[in-house]
Design a protein around this ligand. Structure first.
Ligand code: NAG
Ligand code: NAG
Ligand code: NAG
Ligand code: NAG
Ligand code: NAG
Ligand code: NAG
Length: 378
């Protein structure tokens, strides 16, 4: 029987001093680790692991899948290290397929790869199991935590809860407390019920973030100061260029959007010289269809009822233009909502049923308020 490569390396590693901690378990044929040290991962190979991220009540262990594509031995130090992560929100699934496809491709390139690519196709398996955004914590009758607000997490020894431990383990035991990542791409979609095309959050204050965002060639590029506790902002706070990519709809795999983001990751691999470049010229992004804006402005419903869209995603709007009607159950109009500014509708509800306080559509535009120069969300 041919041993899978990581198991073979386990045998080698136990003979030496190992910084990658194998727990000894094998799950679905994949070795389980509690800490990843990329220098211990076989070079010129794509390896798969499950990272143990604590247990849930009753002692059931939790694991998240991790890919590592390590290139040539010398490129461990000289090459760049890219992280791809997806599905920190359990209903946001387009990015899962992007990570899978990139690692399928890297199988054929890894022999010559100049650097390392780490992939986490599903950051929040708990959310995927529940088919919704958050992580479910069960004590005190239970509550839901947005894992993209608790990075870099809290250690179990410091009292970390399940979602905080998940974040802590990813930050420290996959990304090595920043030491195993040079550039990070975190893949999302809008939450369930919302609709958009392709856009990203980008904090232009850190060098290379603007370049990364432009390589995406998104429909909308949001200049943004970031969100504390998110993967993107935790990377940026640690001087690691990163963007949050938003793709289409929750709970679907949209082949054309997956293709666009897959092509984007390839442009990044090329830009970072991780794959051999086809050209000596650096790529010039095509931004002819990209709307760049520093402000997102949400409009909300005052009523519970049904929302009727009057403007579709990516359509231009002018200030005062009706963007949606809120109808009651008999079809009467309770409220017409008007655009707060001139700009572009970049995200709107797909689900017609609506409750008070929920979004009826978000407009992107450039605010002239100096406070919004680095980005605003209103
Ligand atoms: C690896 O496991 C050993 C023994 O359990 C432990 O002492 C060490 O702290 C672990 N290292 C990491 C990096 O998790
Ligand atoms: C590998 O990547 C490093 C860092 O970007 C770069 O300096 C070097 O030229 C690259 N090597 C090759 C052979 O592309
Ligand atoms: C992560 O690195 C920072 C310094 O860069 C250090 O202060 C912190 O203690 C480290 N965290 C862990 C869990 O080792
Ligand atoms: C995929 O997303 C694009 C952009 O939002 C959209 O135009 C297209 O209709 C979607 N495709 C499918 C099959 O839903
Ligand atoms: C470089 O060229 C090869 C062969 O034509 C192609 O498969 C690959 O996608 C190209 N890479 C980039 C980054 O354009
Ligand atoms: C918004 O401002 C940016 C520069 O900060 C500019 O590149 C972009 O074209 C502007 N967008 C619009 C819609 O005017």
């Amino acid at each position: 029987m041919r041993l899978p490569a990581p198991l073979f390396s386990l045998a080698l590693l136990t003979a030496t001093t190992s910084a990658t901690n194998f727990t000894g378990d094998v799950l679905n044929g994949v070795p389980v680790i509690s800490h990843l040290d990329i220098s211990e991962v076989p070079s010129r190979r794509v390896s798969r692991y499950y990272l143990r991220v604590g247990e849930i009540n009753g002692g059931l262990p939790l694991h998240i899948p991790v890919f590592v594509a390590r290139g040539t031995p010398e490129s461990l130090k000289s090459g760049k290290k890219l992280s791809l992560s997806a599905a920190i929100h359990g209903d946001e699934l387009n990015g899962v397929r992007v990570v899978q496809r990139i690692f399928e491709q890297l199988e054929g390139q890894v022999g010559q790869l100049n650097g390392t690519v780490i992939g986490i196709p599903t950051v929040n398996p708990m959310g995927i199991y529940l088919n919704q955004r958050n992580y479910f914590t069960s004590h005190n009758s239970g509550w839901l935590t947005n894992v993209n607000r608790v990075f870099p997490g809290v250690a179990a020894s410091e009292g970390g809860s399940g979602p905080e431990l998940l974040a802590y383990n990813i930050w420290n035991d996959v990304w090595g407390n920043r030491s195993q990542v040079d550039v990070g791409i975190d893949l999302h979609t809008p939450s369930s019920g919302g609709e958009t095309s392709l856009w990203c959050y980008a904090d232009f204050r850190l060098p290379y973030v603007e370049r990364l965002a432009k390589l995406l060639q998104p429909d909308t590029l949001k200049i943004d100061p970031g969100e504390p506790g998110s993967i993107e902002t935790t990377f940026v706070d640690n001087s690691i260029p990163s963007i949050t990519v938003e793709m289409g709809l929750a709970k679907v795999w949209n082949a054309s959007l997956i293709e666009r983001v897959y092509d984007f990751v390839n442009r990044v691999l090329d830009d970072l010289s991780i794959v051999p470049s086809n050209s000596t010229e650096s790529y010039v992004p095509d931004l002819s269809k990209t709307y760049i804006a520093n402000t997102f402005h949400d409009s909300i419903s005052k009523y519970g009822g049904f929302v009727e869209q009057l403007v579709t995603v990516d359509e231009p709007v002018t200030k005062g233009q009706p963007i949606a009607n809120i109808r009651n159950v008999f079809g009467d109009i309770l409220e017409t909502v008007y655009s707060p500014e001139s700009g572009r509708m970049f995200q709107s509800p797909r689900d017609p049923s609506i409750e008070p306080g929920a979004s009826v559509g978000q407009i992107a535009y450039n605010s002239t308020d100096p406070e919004c120069a680095d980005g605003c969300i209103l």
